[in-house]
Design a protein. Structure first.
Length: 118
């Protein structure tokens, strides 16, 4: 089951990355981890450094992927992002602003939410 969830997660992250690249975003890295948690994708959008949380569901019987992007999750991503910025000074200098986006995928339908808030 864990292997299935891992491959499903990678599949969704690849879909999200491709979708954002088609919108003009530039991929910086995927699956950044530190002691606090993980960020699925780090990309740039012009002058913004964008930390992307990806949520995928194959059906909506147990809710929507958007339901999983809650206050607690956004707060965790923000803490991971702030530690990322402390340890990646070159990127912090290059991008004066950062934001957290969410890409929610239900089956093959992609929804992109810019600047999600806690």
């Amino acid at each position: 089951m864990k292997k299935y969830n891992f491959s499903k997660g990678r599949f969704a992250e690849d879909m999200a990355k491709k979708y954002l690249e088609e919108k003009g975003y530039v991929h910086i890295l995927s699956n950044y981890k530190n002691d606090i948690g993980e960020i699925d994708i780090v990309m740039s959008d012009r002058q913004w450094l964008v930390f992307v949380e990806v949520k995928y569901k194959s059906d909506d019987s147990l809710g929507l992927p958007e339901d999983m992007v809650n206050r607690v999750k956004i707060s965790q991503v923000r803490r991971v992002a702030e530690l990322f910025l402390l340890t990646n000074k070159d990127l912090r200098k290059k991008f004066e602003k950062y934001r957290i986006d969410a890409v929610c995928i239900l089956r093959n339908k992609i929804s992109h939410y810019r600047s999600v808030q806690e």
